[in-house]
Design a protein around this ligand. Structure first.
Ligand SMILES: [Zn+2]
Length: 242
């Protein structure tokens, strides 16, 4: 099988060796990859592939999912099918995004518990992230309070468990799908037989393909930046980490 996504089961993998499965100029599919492709509001990983035979370095500038494959755009042509490469992720960037991603789940978990509101979108960044929520009331003070409550959960250092549930079983449990107004069947390609579940034990459990930290303390502290009213039932909250 080509294009195995190693980050799904080990979000802390930073280096690995693999083979080029397909090469089309600067676009490379690897036999196995831990480079995260742009998806679910989490940006792609950057890093490098070093060709084992001659030590030539190819920088990874973009990673996306195309036609069921994880495709890596590198800065130079030259890699060929079957060549061995050593891969390395820019770990500072990825780790920051992991902390941001888990932080976004904590915040949306608190807001869902307090108000029933669900996420309508999110965009994670290394310095600033945002979540959009279908919150009825726009109350900045309340949002600040939800962030305080999120930080209390972080202090409790709840564990985070990743597991898989058969598709038919997962689909029946609507609470696992947190994107407001989106039918899970339409979101999941038919090839997906098992649904990955990210469970911040005791707070929020949801279907998710992102990379997360192992325990909440790794997040540090969530800091409120600002809130925007994006129209009826759409509130945008910006936050950073300390
Ligand atoms: Zn997520």
């Amino acid at each position: 099988m080509t294009g195995d996504a190693l980050y799904l089961d080990d979000s802390y993998m930073k280096e690995w060796e693999t083979e080029v499965a397909k090469a089309d100029k600067k676009f490379i599919v690897l036999d196995k990859t831990a480079f995260y492709p742009k998806s679910g509001g989490q940006p792609w990983d950057t890093g490098e592939m070093v060709r084992v035979s001659d030590g030539m370095v190819f920088k990874v500038v973009f990673v996306g999912k195309f036609g069921g494959n994880i495709s890596h755009e590198v800065d130079n042509e030259g890699l060929k099918e079957g060549e061995k490469v050593k891969c390395r992720i820019d770990w500072d960037r990825r780790y920051r995004l992991m902390r941001m991603h888990t932080a976004a789940h904590v915040l949306s978990g608190v807001i869902e518990n307090e108000t029933g509101a669900l996420i309508t979108g999110n965009q994670l960044g290394t310095d600033h992230s945002r979540v959009d929520l279908n919150l009825e009331d726009f109350d900045k003070e309340k949002l600040i309070e939800y962030i305080k409550m999120s930080n209390d959960f972080i202090k409790k250092d709840l564990p985070i468990k990743v597991s898989y549930v058969p598709r038919e079983e997962a689909i029946k449990d609507k609470s696992l799908f947190k994107l407001a107004g989106v039918d899970p069947e339409s979101m999941l390609p038919p090839s997906v037989k098992n649904i990955r579940i990210v469970d911040i034990v005791g707070l929020i459990k949801e279907a998710d393909g992102g990379t997360h930290v192992k325990s909440l303390k790794e997040i540090g502290e969530i800091k409120f930046e600002r809130a925007e009213n994006k129209g009826k039932n759409n509130r945008r909250v910006y936050f950073t980490l300390q």
